[in-house]
Design a protein around this ligand. Structure first.
Ligand code: COA
Length: 375
C-alpha cells in the first residue's frame, strides 16, 4: 500500500512586530477618543462607556506577547484600526499569493523537490482574499507547477484538513505529490475595536510538501504520515459573517459580526475535552500508546488551552519541548499555528519518533495527523 510522507515545510514571517504594549496603547487611545466623542450618549445611558485593555490581562488570559503583521501603522491608527494594504492590480500577485509563494519556496527547497514533480497545489486557510480565481491557482502559476490547484477553508483546522485531503489523493493514486500553503492575514478579519479579542491574531504563511513515500529520495527531515482524523460539529461560538451577499443586506454592512467574533470562554470549555478525546481515540485506533508520542504540535490559540489539552492526554502538564508554544511570539495564526510549531521544533525528534500535529477552531473543527520521523 502507498505510504505518504511530509518531505519539507516552509515559513514566511512578516517583518513588522506588534507588541501587546503597542496594541494596548493604541486601543486605549481609541477608548478615550470614543468615550469623549460619545459623552452625551454615555451620560444618558444610551451606550456603554468603553473599558480599557491591559497587557497583563492579555498575557495571562492567552499567553500572547507579540505578533507579526503585514501592516502595523494602519492597525495602530485609531481612525483606521485595520492593516492598510495597497490595492493591487490584477497583473500583480495578490497579498495571500505573495506570502504563500515565499513560504512555498522554502518548503520546496527543504523537501529537495523540483516543481515539475509537484502534481497539485492546495491553499488551505481561514480567509481567502477573493472568491476566484483560486489563490492556489495563482501560486501554481507563479511557481510553474503543472496539474491542478484549489482553495479550501476549514478555518483554524484548514491545514490538517488539507493534509488529509492530499494524503487521500496520494493513497488513491490520483497524484504523487502536492504543495499545501496556509497564508493567513488574520489581522484583516480581527476587530481591533473589540476589547475581548483585539489581541488574539497575527499574520504568517506556512507551506508543506507531501508526497509518496520514497526511501531513496528522502531528505534529512522527512515524516511518514501514519494516519489522519477529522471531526466537525456546528457551533455559533466562533463566527465571521463576512461574505458576498453582505451588500444585498445593506443594513448589516460593516457591522461587527462581519469580522471575527467569539464566545471565548465557551470555546475554551467545549473544545478542550473534544480535542483531547479525539487525539486519544485516534492514537488508540492506530495502536499507539500516549507514552510513545514524543511531541505534540498543537494549534496555537491559547496557551492555557494547550496546557489543559496536554494534561487531559498525558495526565500531567506537558513541557514546552513536548508541546511547543509559538503563540507567545506569533499569536493565533489560525491554520498555520500547528504547522509553525512543527516547522520550528521538529528538529528535536529522532528517527522513528512519533508525534502529532493537531488543529482546532471554528466550525467547530478538529484535525489530527500522526507522523513518524523517517530520517
Ligand atoms: N483587557 C482587560 N480586561 C479584559 C480584556 C482586555 N483586553 N478583555 C476582557 N477583559 C475582562 C472581561 O471584561 C472580564 O471581566 P469581568 O470578569 O469583570 O467580566 C474578564 O477580563 C475575563 O474575561 P473573559 O472573556 O472571560 O476572559 P477569558 O479568561 O475567557 O479569556 C480568551 C479570553 C478569549 C483569551 C479565552 O477565552 C480564549 O482564548 N478562549 C479560546 C478561544 C479560542 O481558542 N478561539 C479560537 C479562535 S480561532
Amino acid at each position: 500500500m502507498t505510504k505518504v510522507q511530509i518531505s519539507g515545510t516552509g515559513l514566511y514571517t512578516p517583518k513588522e512586530i506588534l507588541t501587546n504594549d503597542e496594541l494596548v496603547e493604541s486601543y486605549n487611545n481609541f477608548v478615550d477618543e470614543f468615550n469623549l466623542e460619545n459623552k452625551d450618549k454615555i451620560d444618558k445611558g444610551e451606550i456603554d462607556e468603553l473599558q480599557k485593555s491591559n497587557t497583563e490581562f492579555i498575557e495571562k488570559a492567552s499567553g500572547v506577547k507579540s505578533r507579526y503583521v503585514q501592516n502595523k501603522s494602519g492597525i495602530l491608527d485609531t481612525k483606521f484600526m485595520r492593516p492598510r494594504l495597497r490595492e493591487r492590480s490584477e497583473s500583480e500577485l495578490s497579498n495571500l499569493a505573495e506570502m504563500g509563494v515565499a513560504a512555498a519556496k522554502q518548503a520546496i527547497k527543504n523537501a529537495n523537490i523540483s516543481t515539475d514533480k509537484i502534481d497539485a497545489v492546495i491553499v488551505a486557510c481561514s480567509n481567502l482574499e477573493r472568491p476566484y480565481p483560486a489563490i492556489a491557482i495563482e501560486i501554481q502559476n507563479a511557481l510553474n507547477i503543472n496539474g491542478f490547484a484549489f482553495d479550501m477553508n476549514v478555518a483554524c483546522s484548514s491545514a490538517t484538513f488539507g493534509i488529509q485531503t492530499i494524503f487521500d489523493m496520494i493513497k488513491s493514486g490520483s497524484i504523487r505529490s502536492a504543495l499545501m500553503v496556509n497564508p493567513e492575514i488574520c489581522s484583516g478579519h480581527l476587530n481591533f475595536k473589540d476589547r475581548d479579542c483585539h489581541f488574539i491574531f497575527g499574520d504568517v504563511a506556512t507551506a508543506v510538501i507531501i508526497e509518496e513515500f520514497d526511501e531513496k529520495s528522502n531528505g534529512p527531515n522527512t515524516y511518514e504520515i501514519l494516519g489522519t482524523k477529522l471531526y466537525t460539529e456546528f457551533s455559533n461560538n466562533i463566527r465571521n459573517n463576512y461574505g458576498f451577499l453582505n451588500s444585498s443586506s445593506p443594513e448589516g454592512v460593516d457591522q461587527p459580526d462581519k469580522l471575527f467574533h467569539q464566545n471565548g470562554r465557551q470555546v475554551f470549555k467545549e473544545v478542550v475535552p473534544k480535542v483531547a478525546s479525539l487525539i486519544k481515540d485516534h492514537l488508540e485506533t492506530n495502536n499507539i500508546k500516549v507514552i510513545d508520542i514524543k511531541a505534540m504540535y498543537l494549534h496555537q490559540a491559547n496557551e492555557n488551552m494547550n496546557r489543559l489539552i496536554s494534561k487531559y492526554i498525558l495526565g500531567e502538564e506537558a513541557t514546552r519541548d513536548f508541546a511547543p508554544i509559538v503563540l507567545d511570539e506569533y499569536a493565533n495564526t489560525s491554520s498555520a499555528g500547528s504547522i509553525i510549531a512543527f516547522h520550528k521544533h521538529n528538529q528535536s525528534l529522532k528517527e522513528n519518533d512519533l508525534a502529532i500535529i493537531c488543529s482546532f477552531g471554528a466550525g467547530y473543527s478538529i484535525g489530527n495527523v500522526i507522523v513518524r520521523k523517517i530520517s
